[in-house]
Design a binder for this molecule. Structure first.
Ligand code: MRU
Length: 345
């Protein structure tokens, strides 16, 4: 497959999961080798690998490692619980684990290691293909025919998926069609996925990118002819409410104020039809030191109390469309999302 990117977040090699260590980017390119499900769970919790689809794929391989070590049902269920507990918000994690577990338990214990690895590989391949489809559907929806400027948040690229990305995949497709005049990327404090990861991917792949502080987003919207805001998602409730990186809701409010279409781009594995609305989505709160410090350097008093939610929830009424691999949902989202999830392979 022509990936239109040189970036890869993970790989399966000689019975182990290799993860590009995203904590070290853009300073260093280093890989972490995981040989147990516990090592994969720790890597997910510590953001070695991050981004909803990528952590789903990583956890699927974590289940394959578990099945190779001990194919008993007890051991597999324990591994599933450990992996699913690594991070709470992205539903892709439990979706992928559940799928590998079900497929593995259908099989006789002697065949479970192979069955789990097959299931993980299928999830990996499907995510690559889903990214390509989302890129096409999303790019088709961008107004006009000429080159456009778009804004994105956090990192939704090859680092966050097994393919070319979700929202960043759409940006890559716009570039491929000769329609990308400029990508505006907000830095995504406190972990800086926009600055450290999106800007790195974009520069590496030759996309015209301008990085801005999160606080500059209103100025960009007020002064630039933005054709769209494109973001990813960690969990989408049945009504379309979308949990994504903290700061996404702010951008949606600004986009509405400035008449800019606001697109959520995510595979159907991110849609959680069991949750009626956004208030039921569990939001991860991370260590206050992520805010007090930048790269280990204190930038606030050590004693300062910190509230550090990793995600926020954008209400459906601020979302123009939700782009998935099986098609595009527009408001009202409930029936449309159901149909898109049901048509997934
Ligand atoms: O905390 P992170 O870096 O895992 O958060 C990632 C995001 O919020 C992404 O926007 C989301 O997972 C979609 S990635 C295709």
């Amino acid at each position: 497959m022509d990936r239109s990117t040189s970036v890869r977040s993970l790989d399966w090699e000689n019975g182990a999961l290799l993860l590009l260590d995203q904590r070290q980017l853009p300073v260093r390119t280093a890989w972490v080798r995981c040989e147990t499900p516990d090592a994969v769970a720790t890597a997910i919790a510590e953001l070695v690998v991050r981004g909803a689809p990528a952590i789903g794929v990583a956890a699927a391989y974590g289940m394959a490692l578990a099945a190779a070590l001990d194919p008993s049902e007890d051991a597999l269920r324990r591994a599933a619980e450990t992996l699913a507990g690594a991070r709470p918000t992205a539903v892709n994690l439990s979706w992928a684990i559940g799928r590998v577990l079900a497929r593995t338990l259908e099989t006789d214990p002697t065949g479970r290691a192979a069955a789990a690895l097959d299931a993980a590989r299928a999830i990996h391949r499907e995510d690559e293909t889903a990214c390509e489809a989302m890129a096409r559907h999303g790019a088709d929806r961008i107004p006009g025919e000429g080159p456009v400027e778009v804004l994105t948040h956090c990192n939704t690229g090859a680092l966050a998926t097994a393919g070319i990305g979700t929202a960043l995949g759409v940006v890559r497709e716009l570039a491929r069609r000769g329609r990308l005049a400029r990508l505006w990327a907000s830095e995504a404090r406190p972990v800086l996925q926009g600055a450290r990861l999106t800007a790195w991917e974009a520069v590496r792949d030759g996309l015209p990118v301008t990085l801005v502080a999160d606080a500059a987003a209103a100025t960009v919207m007020a002064t630039r002819p933005l054709a769209a805001v494109l973001v990813g998602a960690d969990r989408i409730a049945a009504d379309g409410a979308t949990a994504n990186k903290i700061g996404t809701y702010t951008l949606a409010v600004l986009a509405r104020r400035h008449g800019v279409p606001f697109f959520v781009v995510a595979p159907t594995s991110t849609v959680d039809l069991t949750l009626p609305g956004g208030e039921a989505i569990p939001i991860e709160e991370r260590d206050g030191d992520e805010v007090r410090r930048i790269r280990g350097t204190l930038v606030a008093p050590e004693e300062a109390a910190v509230f550090n939610p990793a995600f926020d929830v954008t209400p459906p009424e601020l979302i123009t469309a939700i782009v998935t691999e099986t098609g595009v949902a527009t408001p009202p989202f409930r029936d449309a999302l159901h149909a898109l999830v049901e048509s997934a392979p």
